[in-house]
Design a protein around this ligand. Structure first.
Ligand code: GLN
Length: 493
């Protein structure tokens, strides 16, 4: 997918093309990214680490490869950033947690290997809510990232650093992980595209597990077209991740045709009422009209169980997190508490975990342990799994009559830093429209569709059938051909 169309915005698109055509060099692209980071990163705080020397060395090798006439990958020389919960050999990986301070993975995540094979250049690792638990990047042990459109506001989370890095043009592309909305929600709040692929589509080998039945890795970019290039590079089965699917990857090179004629887009009106800002509703409705004008048909649908998404998600995600985070015990990775001479193993575990984990992670471990405990398992965890099945059936029924489901991505534009940190329920309610795709495994994308009067970005979300990322990307791309929200740049005030 190196022959991207000329035309509408997207710095990264033109950069991918220029690199493919040899109109610029990998070193120049890398240097431009590092220069931009030097200029704007102090105001944003998107990165946990920037690996400038490593990136320039790699870019030089890529330029030499081109000079020798070696075959070029589809992301040849393109700078990328990775959420700091993906393992990178020799580069510290912290999950923005004190408990992993000093941890240097001995191996690369599969997505890192695949980006490498595609010719991408790793620029740095981006900030996140600790272990990807949060919706604002404020739960990071390294401090919050800021929204490039208004630095008094959150970029969203948990992949807030990746979203902010792309939005502020420090890198054209980044990866995030999405367990309940952590790619799509920050994409919406920062005005970029974010894709959560189908469960099982992208290998999680080397991703620090949060909730294993929900986690997926996916791209951030300015346009659906660029996101498609990254998705094509990282997707597909991986023998090292038993949950990765053998479903063949679609060939997306000629799939983004701009044609959405006759496509049926379901709109779950009853689910969209409560708690949605008027500015978000009107941007969403306008986005639907753009697609309708291109020939898509809007169809009213019902998702009767979607309203239970938040409680179901926060029971299942915490249950799985409590189990996954048991491995951080001071024995194998990162931080270990200093012990007194009378302290034993149990004190070591307790003190290490107490010092290492932040408040939100502790809250989730406790909640998850509780919902799995004897006597409460049936009432909470099992019940949540049953409602999850009902939700999946809602979507199956809907996909009998429509090809995509559309909702806003978030109920509001970016909120102020500190606004929701003392009220976890308010923070969790941000995820009302995003958790369904994780609970059902369906692919979903967030696309920029407007601005608030205060110039904060707004995004809308499309959810597709299992393994039908192609229709998602085609529709998002068609929409972006008629709109320019994704091409606007924050002034970084
Ligand atoms: N905001 C959600 C949470 O806090 C989703 C996080 C994610 O997708 N990683 O769990």
């Amino acid at each position: 997918m190196t022959h991207l169309r000329q035309g509408y915005g997207g710095q990264g698109r033109s950069l991918i093309r220029q690199l493919a055509e040899g109109a610029t060099t990998a070193v120049a692209a890398c240097q431009a990214s590092l220069d931009r980071i030097r200029a704007v990163e102090p105001a944003i705080g998107a990165f946990n680490i920037v690996v400038a020397e490593r990136a320039l060395d790699r870019a030089r090798l890529l330029d030499q490869a081109r000079a020798k006439g070696e075959p070029l990958g589809p992301l040849h020389g393109v700078p990328v950033a990775l959420k700091d919960n993906m393992c990178t050999a020799g580069v510290p990986t912290t999950a923005s947690s004190r408990i992993l301070r000093g941890f240097i993975p001995p191996y690369d995540a599969t997505v890192v290997e695949r980006l490498d094979a595609a010719g991408a250049v790793l620029i740095g690792k981006t900030n996140l809510d600790e272990f990807a638990m949060g919706s604002s990047t404020e739960n990071s042990a390294l401090g919050p990232s800021k929204n490039p459109w208004d630095t008094t506001r959150t970029p969203g989370g948990s992949s807030g650093g990746s979203a902010a890095a792309v939005a502020s043009r420090m890198v054209p592309l980044a990866l995030g992980s999405d367990t309940g909305g952590s790619i799509r929600q920050p994409a919406a709040l920062c005005g970029v595209v974010g894709l959560k692929p189908t469960y099982g589509r992208v290998s999680r080998y080397g991703l620090m597990a949060f909730a294993s039945s929900l986690d997926q890795i996916g791209p951030f970019a300015q346009t659906a077209e660029e996101a498609a290039v990254v998705f094509s590079a990282i997707g597909g089965q991986d023998p090292r991740d038993a949950t990765s699917s053998s479903e063949p990857m679609p060939d997306l090179r000629d799939a983004l045709t701009g044609d959405v004629t006759g496509l049926r887009i379901g709109v779950p009106r009853a689910f969209l009422g409560e708690g949605v800002d008027a500015v978000v509703s009107s941007a969403f409705d306008a986005a639907l009209q753009v697609l309708a004008a291109r020939g898509a048909r809007l169809v009213d649908i019902d998702l009767p169980h979607a309203g239970y998404g938040i409680p179901v998600y926060y029971l299942i995600a915490t249950a799985e997190a409590s189990s996954n985070l048991a491995r951080y015990d001071g024995v194998r990775y990162g931080h270990r508490a200093t012990l007194g001479k009378d302290d034993g193993l149990l004190e070591m575990y307790e003190r290490t975990r107490d010092e290492g984990f932040g408040a939100e992670v502790k809250r989730r471990i406790m909640l998850g342990t509780y919902v799995l405990s004897a006597g409460y398992y049936d009432a909470y965890y099992l019940k949540a799994q049953q409602v999850r099945t009902l939700l999946r059936q809602d979507y199956e029924r809907a996909f009998g009559t429509v090809d995509l489901v559309a909702t806003p991505t978030t109920p509001t534009p970016a909120f102020t830093l500190g606004e929701k940190t003392s009220d976890p329920i308010q923070m969790y309610l941000n995820d009302i429209f995003t958790v369904s795709a994780n609970l059902t495994g369906l692919p979903a994308i967030s696309v920029p569709c407007g601005f608030s009067p205060g110039r904060l970005p707004i995004g809308f979300q499309l959810t597709g059938r299992m393994f039908d990322e192609a229709t998602l990307l085609r529709t998002a791309d068609a929409y972006q051909r008629d709109t320019a929200f994704h091409a606007e740049e924050p002034s970084l005030r």
